[in-house]
Design a protein around this ligand. Structure first.
Ligand code: FAD
Length: 395
């Protein structure tokens, strides 16, 4: 006999999307249950995104989800593009009077989980959803199994698929996990974590004849760096010496080296699910769309969906109207496609495709010089990077 649970909103996934939504709903007295197949330790220990846009940081701090996201120590006022032997800085404060915060995603999750626990409604970890049933009724249910093999069923008024890029909630919404709009890229990122001091106060995005490099940071003592690689590359097929040589390619500052304690190959793609809603089931975050990481848009974009859903569910449960649930897809897609464009554009502008011709490479340099040489174009980069204002009200 499966354990039976009942709630207003069943949320599949304790990532940034699921946890922020549960936090916001609770502020308006809406009950939710968040489940995740992983353990709390795994979720809090997995290093993913790094950059929180200013509007996203304002939501985290302003809603009481995190008191740390806008700390001065995490604030970055610009980024640099290194290409063709030169360095070109984008001064965000001067260009758009905004900044970003290098507050890693797992730290965001630590704060969001702590907020759920403090509210007396902790996520149910090690609860893996297997499917959504009764998806065409007003009482959908999430069924699954715990890590110890016990079956559970959550009966809800609304189900949110916030279950990431391999979402199974998509099946209940679109009939398949893959139905949607895709773009694959012929390259990936080779990423390392190294115990070393920061090589630069701000992020460096480098484009050279050999490809893309990103010099990023996690803490003053741990650095995150990436270089462009083949998607099929084995992370253990290169020596540390070769890794440092590849990371240095095209980067003007001398990198500060230290022991490398993690190596991984991150494949990426652009994807938007064909539909974001079926009756009382909604997709949010990476379940609804994924973007290549170059524009640092994933988690920040996920928050946009969450804010639209929060507004729609408030109207539904507290005012009895479905109108904002009806407009969710259209509302959310506006920013989703803007972010898709920005992420695609940053990716193709800074990476070298394996089949790039001399014409392609020279045109790309023309594009980079056009962007860095124009105040308007630099403003566009800065505006997108620091984050467009969110459309949904949340205060
Ligand atoms: C290298 C890299 C760098 C990035 N950098 C940035 C950045 O700087 N800024 C930024 O904004 N974004 C960045 N991103 C993207 C960002 O990490 C994602 O967009 C973000 O995690 C999406 O949040 P989410 O909650 O929608 O999904 P996820 O974080 O994937 O969370 C989904 C959760 O659902 C759980 N789950 C999945 N299936 C089930 C199931 N069947 N049952 C129960 N639980 C389930 C998973 O365990 C997971 O915890 C980066 C990503 C990568 C890979």
């Amino acid at each position: 006999m499966a354990t039976q649970m009942k709630t207003q909103v069943a949320i599949m996934g304790a990532g940034p999307s699921g946890l922020l939504l549960a936090h916001l709903l609770q502020r308006s007295g809406i009950d939710s249950i968040v489940i995740d197949g992983k353990s709390r330790e795994e979720i809090e220990g997995t290093v993913k995104a790094g950059i929180v846009e200013q509007p996203a940081a304002e939501v985290l701090v302003g809603s009481g989800a995190s008191s740390r996201a806008m700390n001065k120590e995490y604030e970055h006022h610009g980024i640099t593009f290194d290409f063709d032997g030169g360095s070109h800085r984008f001064d965000f404060t001067k260009l758009v009077n905004k900044s970003v915060f290098l507050f890693p995603q797992h730290e965001v999750l630590i704060d969001l989980i702590a907020a759920r626990i403090a509210a007396g409604n902790p996520p149910l970890f090690e609860h893996l959803a297997e499917k959504i049933i009764d998806e065409n009724t007003n009482n959908p249910k999430v069924v699954g199994k715990t890590a110890s093999g016990e079956e559970f069923e959550i009966s809800a008024d609304v189900v949110i698929g916030a279950d990431g890029s391999a979402s199974i909630a998509r099946i209940a919404v679109n009939g398949s996990q893959t139905s949607g709009y895709f773009r694959e890229y012929p390259f990936a990122w080779y990423g390392i974590l190294t115990e070393a001091p920061m090589s630069s106060d701000e992020l460096i995005y480098s484009r050279s004849e050999e490809g893309f490099v990103l010099i990023s940071t996690r803490t003053p003592d741990v650095q995150r760096m990436y270089f462009q690689c083949d998607p099929t590359m084995d992370p253990n097929s290169v020596s540390d010496e070769e890794i440092w040589a590849k990371l240095q390619l095209g980067v003007k500052v001398e990198l500060k080296r230290g022991p490398i304690f993690r190596k991984d190959v991150l494949r990426f793609r652009s994807f938007v699910a064909s539909g974001l809603r079926n009756n009382r089931i909604f997709l949010a975050g990476d379940a609804a769309h994924t973007v290549p990481p170059t524009g640092a848009k994933g988690m920040n974009l996920a928050f946009s969906d969450v804010l639209w859903l929060n507004q729609a569910l408030n109207a539904f449960f507290n005012e009895g109207t479905e109108s904002l649930m009806d407009s969710y897809q259209e509302d959310a897609l506006d920013r989703i496609w803007k972010a898709q464009n920005y992420s695609y554009w940053m990716t193709t502008m800074l990476h070298i495709a394996p089949d790039a011709t001399e014409f392609d490479k020279k045109r790309q340099l023309g594009e980079l010089y056009s962007v860095t040489g124009s105040e308007y174009a630099r403003q566009y980069v800065a505006e997108g990077y620091t984050g467009w204002e969110y459309g949904a009200a949340w205060k």
